[in-house]
Design a protein around this ligand. Structure first.
Ligand SMILES: [Cu+2]
Length: 163
């Protein structure tokens, strides 16, 4: 219970930060929990930029290597490939989700457990070349998690986003 509360507070803080200072809003960020011996996992979220922006770099204290990946069909085989940058066109929500774009966390320093909150840093670059760092607090969800339902986070509880 206490952990859940902390996760919610952190998520609210990240949202407030994103709306106040950054040109990019983050929604529904989460990281997939790992199983034993697993050395890599993915982070997923929805990103909406106010002005044309791209994500040029990502990092996290829990992983030695962080890359932005996309899943794509290559000769009938689904493959992941690293992208030099992820475009965030103005006003369009770009969804990072299993089977699509994702932030790949590799060379993990330990297991990633449900209930943890992972801090990710995204380096954003605007059209003018200006860079800023966006911190995303992403709660960890179980391997099979598909929606926010049932984690007490996505429903009608808590302060929720302000319009
Ligand atoms: Cu990947």
């Amino acid at each position: 219970m206490k952990k859940l509360l902390i996760a919610t507070l952190l998520a609210v803080t990240a949202n407030a930060w994103a709306q106040g200072a950054a040109t990019v809003t983050v929604k529904d960020a989460w990281v997939r929990a790992t199983v034993a011996q697993q050395k890599a996992t993915g982070a997923f979220m929805q990103l909406t930029a106010k002005a044309d922006t791209k994500v040029v770099e990502a990092s996290s204290s829990i992983a030695g290597v962080v890359e932005i990946h996309e899943m794509a069909m290559e000769k009938d085989v689904m493959r992941m490939r690293a992208m030099p940058a992820l475009d965030l066109p103005a006003g369009k929500t770009v969804e990072l989700k299993p089977g699509g774009y994702h932030v790949m966390l590799m060379d993990l320093k330990g297991p990633v457990k449900e209930g943890d909150v992972v801090s990710l840093l995204l380096v954003l670059e605007g059209k003018d070349g200006q860079r800023e760092t966006l911190e995303v607090k992403a709660p960890v969800r179980a391997l099979n998690a598909k929606t926010a339902k049932g984690d007490g986070h996505g429903g009608g509880h808590g302060p929720g986003p302000k319009h």
